[in-house]
Ligand binder design. Structure first.
Ligand code: IPE
Ligand code: IPE
Ligand code: MG
Length: 241
């Protein structure tokens, strides 16, 4: 049983992995893989709108990705900045609201400005919310929530519950992902939405991110339809005393 219309997940998150391997297997530079990966991002976002998905979150750059060579992190930041700039008109056309999550502290002023401009321009759109995680990590998210909570409640005078804590996460107000897709055959979470993915259905595909097309997205949605989400309970059909 799935509670959503036509079994379409309300929130899909994607760990877009495999850009480097895609490029190297073609004798290209890694940054060429990232460039084609940005195109796959646009295709996936368009498809999510077509399918009536309400929230699409994309892991674009992790805190740990700073451990890569400078030429690659520079190329990724420039590409992200250009992509946000170039895609904002498309978001307006498709009625997509864009949010950015992640640690803003070590992002440069140019990309922050582009992110803020895109969020402000698309703020009133309401067909789909696109969440782009830049300089994000799940552990960072939990820790920044705790810090914020302590700052607002220095005396510790707060009745803490999961619902209260949720309001301090960078995804406050956004339902947890129903489906998480990871490309490139890696089967791990790599510090993505750790709190939020407690009951997310996981889908792994060997397709490298720059090759990820609507048919691959459709295959993930088909697989999701067949999943039985139990949330720790037993199925009603076998609930015989
Ligand atoms: C995903 O592709 C993009 C980012 C992590 C920024 P990779 O760059 O990780 O590609 P592979 O895993 O090396 O193939
Ligand atoms: C995860 O991919 C992060 C993003 C897709 C942004 P990585 O390529 O960084 O993950 P690991 O290092 O293989 O776990
Ligand atoms: Mg990778």
């Amino acid at each position: 049983m799935n509670e959503y219309k036509d079994n379409i997940p309300q929130h899909v998150s994607i760990i877009m992995d495999g850009n480097g391997r895609w490029a190297l297997s073609r004798g290209m530079e890694r940054k060429e893989g990232h460039r084609c990966g940005a195109e796959a991002m646009r295709i996936a976002a368009e498809f999510a709108v077509e399918k009536g998905i309400s929230y699409l979150s994309l892991f674009a750059f992790s805190e740990e990705n700073w451990g890569r060579p400078k030429w690659e992190t520079d190329a990724l930041m420039t590409l992200l900045m250009d992509t946000i700039h170039d895609e904002t008109p498309n978001m307006m056309k498709n009625n997509v609201r864009c949010l950015f999550i992640g640690n803003r502290n070590n992002l440069n002023a140019d990309i922050l400005q582009q992110m803020d401009k895109c969020m402000a321009e698309t703020a009133c759109n309401n067909k789909m919310t696109l969440i782009i995680a830049i300089n994000y990590s799940g552990k960072w998210d939990i820790l920044q929530a705790v810090k914020q909570l302590l700052m607002e409640n220095p005396s510790g005078d707060i009745t803490l519950s999961q619902d209260v804590f949720f309001n301090y996460l960078s995804t406050a107000g956004i339902p947890d992902p129903d489906l998480m897709i990871r490309t490139s055959g890696e089967m791990r979470i790599s510090n993505f939405m750790l709190w939020q993915m407690a009951y997310t259905e996981l889908y792994f595909t060997p397709v490298l991110w720059p090759d990820f097309r609507k048919s691959d997205f459709e295959a993930a949605l088909e697989a999701f339809k067949k999943r039985k989400r139990r949330f720790g309970k037993i199925e009603e059909s076998i609930n015989i005393p």
